[in-house]
Design a protein around this ligand. Structure first.
Ligand code: NAD
Ligand code: IPM
Ligand code: MN
Length: 361
């Protein structure tokens, strides 16, 4: 039997509070379903490490991650001590790029038992997948500032898109839509205002779509698409977006399901040449850290996505995934629930309740 080696990186803030709950549930699932896990807990890739070493990760970080099958990641960022672009480009964004995790899969789902901020919506009305391009686009450190510090300052910030990079994420999204119930793909764009990259992105979406005649494609500008996430969430199935647009949509979508504390993500290298990374969509939440009140579900659901990906949705891994999701569903309905879900439970109480349900199968 194969043992999966997992690097657990808690990071900062509530990353350090939700990680133990993620590990608790992983452990329960591994025992119950007979999955071999070897968890390596890593202290670096945190702002504490930065304070001590002047960098986010050791120089040999890649060697230290050699042989790791997946990274289980909490959240990084402590803007009071380290500028966000420094901490994130020095950790998470580096993993995404160096490990070519070009798909960021972010499910959005309204759970039974969570009051929906959108009037009249019930579970089933909000259930879609955001497929976010994860290695290029608007996220770059290319550009510069001229005449800095004077009133003539000029700032240039480049975006980068490649045919290889766009086609592979579009193809992934078409494949998902083709296998989905509704066979609907929404392509986020902004080809009216962003005059070079976005008309080109639309063309790539059309070109890749030639192979998927059964998928109905809906190209929408990001502004109205955002409005429809609120007004008509039931029309969405699979949504594919560039890096920045996908980032925004994947906080907006979960917000419409009651709290971003539920939203998981899978940063995938589908070729399995490098480890994939599984993490909550949310960040380190400095405003609530240290109180043990953060919702652990995003972290726990990410654990389920990790087991499913590692086992290619087969056998024990698939069963463990389903059991974790069912335990989350039950905890949300019956409690204990954290405050963002209208309850009073601590992070630990909710995590333990979910782990116990998984252990009972
Ligand atoms: P955030 O996601 O950390 O917090 C936004 C709001 O949501 C806060 O009010 C927070 O209390 C709440 N929230 C977040 N997660 C929650 C949970 N599990 N349960 C209950 N409430 C929750 O976003 P931010 O405030 O923009 O960023 C804070 C720091 O985190 C910054 O340094 C930012 O760069 C970083 N960040 C990191 C990641 C990541 O590591 N993937 C993602 C987003 C932000
Ligand atoms: C996310 C986060 C990151 C992103 C930040 C922290 C760089 O917001 O994973 O959604 O923008 O990708
Ligand atoms: Mn984000």
């Amino acid at each position: 039997k194969k043992t999966f080696r997992i690097a657990a990186i808690a990071g900062d803030g509530i990353g350090k509070e939700v990680m133990p709950e993620g590990l608790r549930v992983l452990d329960a699932a591994a025992r119950r379903y007979g999955i071999g896990l070897d968890i390596v807990e890593i202290e670096w890739a945190s702002c504490d490490y930065y304070a001590a070493h002047g960098q986010m990760m050791p120089d040999d970080w890649k060697q230290q991650l050699q042989g790791v099958d997946a990274i289980f990641f909490g959240a990084v960022g402590w803007p009071a001590t380290v500028p966000d672009h420094v901490s994130l480009w020095g950790s998470l964004l580096k993993f995404r790029r160096e490990f070519d995790q070009y798909i960021n899969l972010r499910p959005v789902r309204l759970f039974d038992g969570v009051p929906c901020p959108l009037a009249g919506r019930k579970p089933g009305d909000i259930d879609y997948l955001v497929v976010r391009e994860n290695t290029e686009g608007e996220y770059t450190s290319l550009g510069g500032i001229m005449y800095e510090g004077t009133d003539r300052e000029i700032v240039i910030q480049e975006s980068v898109y490649s045919r290889h990079g766009a086609d592979r994420v579009l193809k992934y999204a078409y494949e998902l839509a083709n296998r989905s119930r509704r066979k609907r793909l929404t392509v986020a764009t902004k080809s009216n205002g962003i005059a070079i990259s976005m008309p080109w992105w639309d063309k790539r979406a059309e070109a890749v779509g030639q192979d998927y005649p059964d998928v109905s494609v809906d190209k929408q500008h990001i502004d109205i698409l955002s409005a429809r996430f609120v007004l008509q969430p039931d029309r969405f199935d699979v949504v594919v977006a560039s890096n920045l647009f996908g980032d925004i949509l994947s906080d907006l979508g979960p917000a419409t399901t009651g709290t971003i504390g539920l939203a998981p993500s899978a940063n995938l290298n589908p070729d399995r040449k490098f480890p994939s990374l599984f993490e909550p969509v949310h960040g380190s939440a400095p405003d609530i850290h240290g109180q043990n009140i953060a919702n652990p579900v995003a972290m726990i659901w990410s654990a389920a996505l990790m087991l499913d990906f590692l086992t290619e949705s087969q056998g024990a891994g698939r069963a463990a995934h389903d059991a974790i999701v069912q335990a989350i569903e039950a905890a949300i309905v019956q409690g204990p629930r954290t405050r963002d879900l209208g309850g009073q439970a601590s992070t630990t109480e909710m995590g333990k309740a979910i782990a116990e349900r998984v252990a009972q199968g």
